[in-house]
Design a protein around this ligand. Structure first.
Ligand SMILES: Cc1ncc(COP(=O)(O)O)c(C=O)c1O
Length: 409
C-alpha cells in the first residue's frame, strides 16, 4: 500500500481544510496542480509572523525589524538549500513562476536577444512560458521555435538536437507539464542547449511540489517556482539564476530596497539578490514558503515522489478500467497529474457533477491551450495529487466518474 511509504494519517492531519464537507460529502481535493492545500506548519508560521513578528525588513534598527529580516533571510537560505543553489545571492523572491519568467524575459531577454535570435519552447508549456517570449518576439523580432511532442506527451531529444543552432539563445522548458504530468529530461535538454551556447530556463512550478530538484545537477541557468503549488502561500515564489547572470542583468523593477544610492543624476543598484527585489517584499509569504519547504523536507522529497508515483499508478489503472475514458498524457516519466476526457461528455459538465460528489478537480485547458490543440480536445479533467491524497480519494474519483457517466450518457 502506498500509504505505508509515509505516515499518511499523520500527514493528512496537517491539513485542516480537508476536514470539511462539500455538498454533503467529505471533501476530496484533487486540484493541487492549480494550488495545493496548506499544512498547519505553514498556516502557523504566517499567523505567528503577523501576531508577533511583523515589521518591514532591511530597514529598521529596532529588534522587531531585525527579527523580521532574520526570518525573511532565513527563508531565502531554506530556499537555497531546497534547490541546492550555491548561494543565497542566486535566490530572488518573486510573486511566483509567472513573475519569475517575466523577470527573465524583461531583464535578461532585452539585454541579450536581438532580431533573428531564437528562443525554443516545448509544445507542452504553460502560457506563462509562452506569452512572455511572444511579447519579446513582437517587440524585438526574435524567433519563437516550438519543440513538438509525440502523442504520449513526450519531447524527443534528437528533435531538440536537430533544432538548436548558433541562433538559439534560450531553451525555455517546463520541468513537469501541468496538463499532462510529463516530466521532461531537463538535465539532458540543458546539455543540448548549452552545446550551442544557449541558456536554459526551467519552469519548475509543477515539479517542485513532487520531486527533489537540484539546480546545480540540472545545470540550468534559471529555475522558477511558485510557493502556492508546493504547500506554501500564494503570492510568493523563487527565481533561481546563476550568480554570474544576475550580476550583469539589469533590474526588472525600480524602487526602494533595490538601490544602494540615488541622486537625480545616477542610481547605484544594490547587491544581489536585492537588485531584483524592489519595494516591500511579501515577507509573510517568504516565511510561509520556507515553512512549506521544511514541511516537505520533513517528510522527505524522495518519499513524496515514491508515494505519489504509487498513487498515480493506482489512479491510472483504475481510470483505464472505465470504458470511454481517454487519458491525455501517457509519458513514461510522469508526476502526480492525471488528465483525461470521457468520450461524449464535456469536461466542464463532468466536473460540475463531480463537485456535487464533493470532489475538487479541474476541468479546463489548464493554461496550456497548445496541448489541447495537439490532442484535439477543448479541455480535460485533471486530477492532481498531493501528499494528502490516498487511494480512497482515487476510489471516490472513479465512483464519481461512473455516476456522471450514467447521468450524462
Ligand atoms: C507548469 C506551470 N508553469 C507556470 C505556472 C504559473 O504559475 P503561477 O500562476 O503560480 O505564476 C503554472 C500554474 O499553473 C504551471 O502549472
Amino acid at each position: 500500500m502506498a500509504e505505508t511509504l509515509l505516515d499518511f494519517s499523520q500527514v493528512r492531519a496537517q491539513f485542516p481544510i480537508l476536514e470539511q464537507t462539500e455538498n454533503g460529502h467529505p471533501l476530496v481535493y484533487l486540484d493541487g496542480g492549480a494550488t495545493s492545500q496548506k499544512p498547519l506548519q505553514v498556516i502557523e508560521a504566517i499567523d505567528t509572523y503577523y501576531r508577533k513578528q511583523n515589521a518591514n525588513v532591511h530597514r529598521g534598527v529596532y529588534g522587531l525589524s531585525e527579527r523580521a529580516t532574520e526570518l525573511y533571510e532565513g527563508a531565502r537560505e531554506i530556499s537555497r538549500g531546497f534547490l541546492n543553489a550555491r548561494s543565497t545571492k542566486e535566490i530572488v523572491f518573486v510573486r511566483g513562476t509567472t513573475e519569475a519568467i517575466n523577470l527573465v524575459a524583461h531583464s535578461w531577454g532585452r539585454m541579450n536577444l536581438q532580431a533573428g535570435d531564437e528562443v525554443i519552447v516545448t509544445e507542452m508549456e504553460h502560457h506563462s512560458n509562452i506569452v512572455p517570449w511572444q511579447l519579446l518576439r513582437d517587440q524585438l523580432g526574435i524567433r519563437l521555435t516550438v519543440l513538438r511532442m509525440n502523442d504520449l506527451g513526450e519531447v524527443c531529444m534528437n528533435a531538440l538536437k536537430g533544432l538548436v543552432s548558433e541562433k538559439t539563445k534560450l531553451l525555455a522548458v517546463t520541468h513537469m507539464s501541468n496538463a499532462l504530468g510529463t516530466i521532461n529530461p531537463v538535465k539532458e535538454m540543458a546539455e543540448i542547449a548549452h552545446s550551442v551556447g544557449a541558456k536554459v530556463l526551467v519552469d519548475g512550478a509543477q515539479a517542485t511540489p513532487h520531486m527533489q530538484v537540484d539546480v546545480q545537477d540540472l545545470d540550468c541557468d534559471f529555475y522558477a517556482l511558485s510557493g502556492h503549488k508546493m504547500y506554501g502561500p500564494t503570492g510568493i515564489g523563487v527565481l533561481y539564476a546563476k550568480e554570474a547572470l544576475l550580476e550583469v542583468m539589469p533590474p526588472y523593477q525600480g524602487g526602494g530596497d533595490m538601490i544602494y544610492s540615488v541622486t537625480f543624476e545616477k542610481t547605484e543598484y544594490n547587491v544581489l539578490p536585492y537588485k531584483f527585489e524592489a519595494g516591500t517584499p511579501n515577507i509573510a509569504g517568504a516565511i510561509g514558503l520556507g515553512a512549506a519547504m521544511q514541511f516537505m523536507q520533513s517528510i522527505g522529497l524522495d518519499r513524496i515522489a515514491a508515494y505519489e508515483a504509487e498513487l498515480l499508478a493506482y489512479a491510472t489503472e483504475r481510470l483505464k478500467e472505465i470504458e470511454g475514458v481517454r487519458i491525455i498524457g501517457e509519458a513514461e516519466n510522469k508526476g502526480g497529474v492525471i488528465s483525461f476526457v470521457l468520450e461524449g461528455v464535456h469536461p466542464h459538465d463532468m466536473a460540475t457533477l463531480m463537485d456535487q460528489d464533493g470532489l475538487a478537480v479541474r476541468a479546463s485547458h489548464h493554461c496550456a491551450m497548445p496541448v489541447m490543440q495537439h490532442f484535439k480536445v477543448p479541455a480535460t479533467i485533471r486530477a492532481s495529487l498531493g501528499v494528502y491524497n490516498n487511494r480512497e480519494d482515487i476510489d471516490r474519483l472513479v465512483a464519481s466518474i461512473l455516476d456522471a457517466k450514467e447521468m450524462l450518457l
